[in-house]
Design a protein around this ligand. Structure first.
Ligand SMILES: [Zn+2]
Length: 434
């Protein structure tokens, strides 16, 4: 068992769960339970906490393969924004279900998710049925070059809709769902909107999540527009501190890393997305050395094209060797980014992110006895460098099995994939891309 607790404890033994919580861990854990019990066999496997991915766009899963091989701003303006604007309720549902199914089958149990501007109830509804734990929020955008009509909203409407969604969904699905304020990025948000997000998130004790320092061209556009760098602009408007979660951070300077660390602002590393959009390689080791808590995320399917936490962990570790030396970002550190540090970023370190008595039972059972992972003498090495999403055998969230023997129990995976094949061409046609 790889507990991912702060001491990085690895042990042989069982984990005992009562209701939604872990009640014992270790060789005698079973003795703490009485009466009838449900036993999950984990022989040949590693038992670990569910992966936490802190930057996901479920609404984009349907666009997988529809926007390949273009840089960020063109990717947004020519493909992603028109596609998002063309979403309707049934395509949003299909997209969110497809993403949730992929995440759960791959052992991700918690996500921080940014939606699109309209119709976000459909995403929350899919999340509730899927069994995932999530902080999710509609994308907020009240300005910007190349933003299609269907994604434009006023500052007031944007904040009002977030307020409504927050009231409707915070604490839903037995407390698994929460609302995150998600202003898309500086170029699509007026100052009043960013300030409003920071105030509302602080007021509700929730997270404000945005993209920052992703790409040189984007960064230059911010500088020309506002005369300052994105991180400084965000900090000035209140998007700073431990409730502020910035996706990417590829372009950060050493001075900015120090400022983020001092403010306890969080950063999410999205290695596949950063490579595919040609954005660069974030300095993750330097960020961690500076004291920044860094999470990991697959971002959206059209810039990855998977939502696979194992791929992201492996890539993060390998890129760090290239970026800052072979001993950078060892397996243990990457695993921490994808579990306990992810939980910290979401403000959930007290309840998830590690297998510890009293925490919620978000548990993944991963095979490490396949020919591509054996002999798995060091289970942490096997998980980060050799395991694949397809090795995930069982997934439990809040004590409830959601994947059993590689089969999704909460959604019909075959139906979800079939629906995606039907809905994707329809959205593309409506977007004028079909
Ligand atoms: Zn993103």
């Amino acid at each position: 068992m790889v507990t991912c607790d702060p001491q990085h404890t690895v042990l042989m033994g069982d984990v005992a769960v009562r209701g939604a919580s872990i009640v014992a861990i270790g060789p005698d854990a079973d003795a703490s339970l009485s009466g009838p019990r449900h036993i999950i066999d984990a022989s040949g496997c590693v038992v670990m906490p569910g992966l936490v991915q802190t930057h996901i766009h479920l609404v984009q899963t349907l666009f997988r393969g529809l926007a390949d091989d273009v840089p960020l701003l063109a990717w947004l303006r020519r493909f992603i924004w028109p596609l998002e604007a063309a979403h309707d309720e049934s395509s949003l549902r299909a997209s969110a279900e497809l993403g949730a199914a992929e995440l759960l089958l791959g052992g991700t149990t918690t996500i921080l998710d940014m939606g699109t501007v309209h119709g976000h109830d459909a995403v929350f509804d899919a999340l509730a049925r899927s069994g995932l734990r999530a902080l999710s929020g509609k994308a907020m955008m009240d300005t910007g070059d190349g933003v299609p009509k269907g994604l434009r909203e006023t500052t007031r409407d944007s904040l009002g809709e977030s307020e409504r969604l927050s009231k409707a969904w915070s604490g839903a699905a037995d407390g698994r769902l929460g609302y995150a304020y998600c202003p898309r990025f500086i170029l699509s948000c007026m100052e009043a909107l960013l300030r409003g997000c920071a105030e509302a998130a602080a007021d509700k004790g929730t997270v404000v999540h945005t993209h920052a320092a992703e790409q040189a061209e984007e960064r230059q556009a911010v500088r020309e527009l506002l005369g300052d760098d994105d991180v400084a602009v965000l900090a000035r408007l209140g998007i700073t501190g431990e409730r502020a979660v910035l996706a990417h951070g590829v372009q950060l300077t050493s001075e900015e890393m120090r400022q983020l660390a001092a403010a306890k602002t969080r950063v999410v590393h999205c290695p596949s997305s950063n490579l595919k959009l040609g954005s660069g390689i974030a300095q993750v080791q330097a960020l961690r050395d500076a004291g920044v808590v860094v999470g990991i995320g697959a971002d959206g399917a059209p810039c990855n094209n998977n939502l696979d936490g194992w791929l992201e962990m492996r890539l993060a570790a390998l890129l760090a060797k290239f970026r800052s030396g072979t001993s950078s970002l060892p397996a243990r550190a990457v695993l921490q980014m994808a579990t306990l540090d992810g939980a910290r970023i979401m403000g959930m370190a007290g309840t998830i992110g590690s297998l510890e008595v009293g925490k919620r039972a978000d548990i993944v059972v991963v095979r490490v006895d396949g020919v591509h992972a054996a002999p798995a003498i060091d289970p942490v090495s096997a998980l980060v460098y050799a395991a694949k999403a397809g090795d995930v055998r069982h997934v439990v969230i809040d004590g409830r099995p959601v994947v059993r023997d590689g089969e999704l129990l909460t959604l019909d995976a075959a139906r979800v994939a079939a629906l995606a094949r039907e809905e994707a061409p329809r959205v593309a046609r409506r977007a004028g891309l079909g």
